[in-house]
Write a protein that binds this ligand. Structure first.
Ligand code: CP3
Length: 351
């Protein structure tokens, strides 16, 4: 039944009754309900509790008219099972105590199965799907992509220039390959297990891939990303590949074979779709900063995206990156409703 939901149909480029809408990071600090939970529980403890993860996943679904939920977790949690100690530091983001800097560090990494290392994440999916099924709302399971995840493991946190990550790529290609192989092994199993637990769609987040030149993407990254997408596609559910700053990489991203390509606002949706081609769906691409703007400005930009999508089946309305803390809740609600109303396709009256 969920394969007939508006969101899953759009992922497959099938006609829908209106354009589906969801927002990356739709569960998060801009919501008072989320802040209430985080006021008493740390980020990692919230993720490690299947019940809390389920509750947080449902918060935006209960508050707004969204066409899909995304399980509350983080792309970094699979690193913990591999032997990387990480924490989310208030105001600073993720920090890793023992980053991967040498071949010996790579060789120490484990490749535990998701059932061993991430049972809470799979249980959270089972609990959430039981709540969503009666409402006919699908659930997205997700992982990071090999490059973006490796960049956190190597840099030890967020980065501006990725010196150490690119450093390993260029100077220690054998270590880089082993690291990517291990990440692909862990993430492939995790994605497959998320579908077994009930996820209807998978999204692979490659947030920082736009930092790579086309040559380096082709040589050091794309083969591993392709392996992960292929493993995810074997489950039979649609796979979304999302990156930012990918305007110069789309000709290489399309052939990786995801069902949907997520793009950010730095490229026009129609130009991106022309590069991706007819057989793949597209997700995006409003600048999340626009949600702080007066409504008429949000509307102008939403209209532009919808005009570029031009009613073609296979557009999923989303932001070009995650919702930022402080975003006005009213604008999120109003935008979801606006896109649905504006794109509602009235059935032709049959005489
Ligand atoms: O989208 C959702 O609602 C599902 C949950 C989700 C989170 N992180 C929760 C989260 C998802 C899909 C992610 C993915 C993620 N995590 C990415 C890829 C998407 C992107 O935004 O680029 C990345 C790069 C991360 C790593 C990460 N996690 C960073 C850089 C940070 C700190 C920045 C920040 O926003 O605080 C996190 C923490 C994080 N992950 C929060 C949430 C709700 C905030 C934690 C808090 O409550 O303080």
């Amino acid at each position: 039944m969920l394969s007939e939901s508006r969101f899953v149909r759009a992922c497959r480029c099938q006609q829908t009754d209106a354009t589906p809408v969801w927002f990356m990071r739709q569960a998060g600090r801009y919501m008072p309900e989320y802040r209430a939970i985080r006021g008493r529980v740390s980020m990692l403890d919230a993720i490690r509790s299947a019940e809390l993860s389920c509750e947080i996943t449902l918060q935006p679904i209960n508050a707004f008219n969204l066409d899909t939920a995304i399980i509350f977790a983080d792309i970094l949690t699979p690193l913990i099972g591999m032997g990387i100690n990480l924490d989310f530091i208030k105001g600073e983001g993720p920090q890793i105590e023992n980053p991967i800097r040498s071949t010996a560090d790579v060789d120490r990494l484990g490749t535990p199965s998701a059932t061993e290392a991430l049972p809470f994440a799979l249980e959270a999916i089972r609990l959430t799907v039981a709540e969503l099924n009666p409402r006919n709302i699908p659930l997205i399971g997700f992982s990071g992509a090999p490059f973006t995840l490796a960049s956190y493991a190597i840099e030890g946190g967020g980065s501006k220039n990725y010196e150490r990550t690119k450093g390993m790529m260029y100077a220690e290609p054998a270590a880089w390959k082993r690291l990517m192989d291990r990440i692909v092994t862990v993430l492939s199993d995790f994605l497959v297990q998320q579908v077994a637990a009930g996820a209807s769609v998978l999204q692979i987040f490659d947030s920082w891939v736009g930092a790579l030149s086309p040559y380096d993407f082709a040589k050091y990254v794309a083969p591993y990303t392709k392996q992960l997408i292929e493993a995810a596609k074997k489950t039979g559910v649609p796979v979304i590949y999302f990156g930012t700053g990918t305007g110069t990489l789309l000709d290489q991203i399309a052939p990786l074979g995801s069902d949907v390509v997520g793009v950010d606002w730095r490229i026009d949706l129609d130009k991106a779709w022309a590069q991706i081609g007819e057989n793949q769906a597209i997700q995006g691409n409003l600048d999340p900063v626009l949600l702080f703007a007066p409504w008429h400005e949000v509307q102008i930009h939403a209209d532009l995206i919808l005009a570029q999508a031009n009613g073609r089946p296979g557009h999923i309305f989303n932001l070009g990156h995650g919702i930022l803390p402080g975003t006005p809740v009213e604008t999120v609600q109003r935008l979801a409703d606006y896109v649905h109303e504006k794109t509602a396709r009235v059935e032709q009256a049959v005489l």
